[in-house]
Design a protein around this ligand. Structure first.
Ligand code: GUN
Ligand code: ZN
Length: 437
């Protein structure tokens, strides 16, 4: 439970502005203190300046060897695909038909959904992820299982029922009307309850009729503050298919644009092949892209050009997504590592501060939650992660040679994964501890 007043001490590192656009985005306190009250950060700064503010019986968690940063935000993940990570040999559409649409049918069973949700949330926490925007399955039961688990763990989570009324197995289909009705009931049940956010979730243009996309837009208008979550321009074959299904639209993104689905709080997964004009529309509408490098490499989808998305004239909000189960790791550190390599192949050196931004505040901005989460600042919720720079013998050896914070963060991103996560805090409370205390 939220004890009234406690504190966390260590090497605090947090990104408080967009480093693609601003040159001093990083805040560091080498011996810092975070004072938490009611789950919220009441003060943060140098320990020496803040220790007087602690009462005599205040409890301090001291992490002398840990880097404390904001909890990671996964802006695109499918909890219902936890069981099909590492499915061999297919690109997007074949992968969906062969593995995904088979697996997701199991989530009509609430017991199964609850069991997988429990595994999924354990994975988030042991990877330092404190917020995720999540696809559920088409079945309302799968959404109940998700939000029940999120509520139990007091995590700021977003998710929704998949809308899909064509081009999938009959058992996975809803209709424009039933998808609308089920989503509405789920919004009323879960949105704004505790730390939960509902996301209206049309899977992608190929599996929704125009009527269903219109119904999704109606849901968003009727429930301000709900998110919109879908996929766009991930794979070249997919894009050609969308063009044939919606010949009247001016490309893939325009299908969503015409339906009225693009707005702040709309998160588009992948966007690997967006054109310059499409990127401009994403910018103009205040929508966001979730960059999912492990997935894009695993499915052979292509290389996302992060510096194009973050260009100075029309920057797009970008966060990182694991995209489990097409993605191959729950770790946002591993996802940063792959983002770095993808950027290398586009001739762009993605530095560690930008990577940390994408995994924290950038994700919060993509979800429109930057007032609550994404950095360690007064008034934000104390969702934190402690990174162990000595987590493995090789990391210990390498970390001993670093010359700067930027280099240390880069080493953690490139070499790190769940072994580096020492503790994860949710609203100021320890929700995961690697060493079990
Ligand atoms: N496009 C439509 N559905 C999916 C999905 O489940 N995963 C990925 N990676 N892309 C999709
Ligand atoms: Zn996805």
């Amino acid at each position: 439970a939220n004890s009234g007043h406690h504190a966390i001490r260590g090497h605090i590192v947090t990104v408080v502005a967009d480093p693609f656009l601003s040159s001093d985005a990083l805040v560091e306190h080498t011996d810092g203190l975070i004072i938490v009250e009611g789950g919220v950060i009441a003060a943060v700064g140098p320990y020496a300046e803040l220790e007087d503010r602690l009462g005599p019986d205040a409890h301090i968690d001291h992490h002398p060897d840990g880097i404390i940063t904001a909890g990671f935000i996964d802006t695109h993940v499918h909890y219902v695909q936890t069981g099909i990570i590492a499915a061999f040999g297919a690109q997007l559409i074949d992968w969906l038909n062969t593995y995904t649409f088979v697996e997701e049918q199991r989530f009509a069973d609430k017991t199964h959904a609850a069991a997988v949700a429990s595994v999924f949330f354990d994975q988030l926490l042991s990877n330092g992820t404190t917020t995720a925007l999540t696809f559920c399955a088409v079945y309302p039961e799968s959404v109940d299982a998700f939000f029940e688990e999120a509520t139990r763990r007091n995590m700021r989570m977003a998710g929704g029922k998949v809308l899909m009324d064509r081009n999938a197995p009959a058992h996975l289909l809803d209709t424009a009307q039933s998808g609308y009705d089920d989503s509405k009931a789920l919004i009323e049940k879960w949105h704004g309850k505790g730390r939960n956010h509902y996301a209206v979730t049309p899977r992608f243009a190929p599996t929704s009729t125009q009527g269903q996309l219109d119904a999704a837009a109606t849901l968003l208008k009727e429930h301000p503050g709900t998110l919109m979550h879908t996929h766009v321009s991930e794979n070249l074959g997919e894009i050609a298919w969308v063009r044939s299904l919606f010949p009247e639209a001016d490309g893939y993104l325009d299908v969503y644009d015409r339906a009225g689905l693009l707005q702040p709080g709309a998160v588009l997964a992948h966007g690997v092949h967006l054109t310059a004009h499409e990127r401009l529309r994403v910018h103009e509408t205040g929508s966001a892209v979730s960059h999912c490098p492990t997935s894009n490499l695993f499915l052979g989808s292509g290389l996302f050009h992060v510096h194009q998305a973050k260009n100075h004239t029309h920057p797009i909000k970008v966060g990182l997504g694991t995209d489990i189960g097409a993605g191959t790791s729950f770790s946002l550190l591993s996802t940063m590592n792959e983002a770095y390599k993808v950027a290398q192949l586009t001739q762009y050196p993605l530095d560690s501060i930008k990577m940390l931004y994408l995994a924290t505040l950038g994700g919060a901005e993509a979800l429109g939650l930057q007032d609550r989460i994404g950095s360690i600042e007064v008034g934000k919720e104390a969702d934190l992660v402690v990174l162990d720079t000595k987590a493995t013998p090789l990391l210990d050896f390498r970390s001993a040679q670093v010359q700067s914070l930027e280099e240390q963060l880069f080493v953690l991103a490139v070499m790190g994964d769940d072994r580096v996560i020492q503790s994860t805090y949710i609203a100021g409370d320890v929700a995961y501890s690697r060493d079990g205390h």
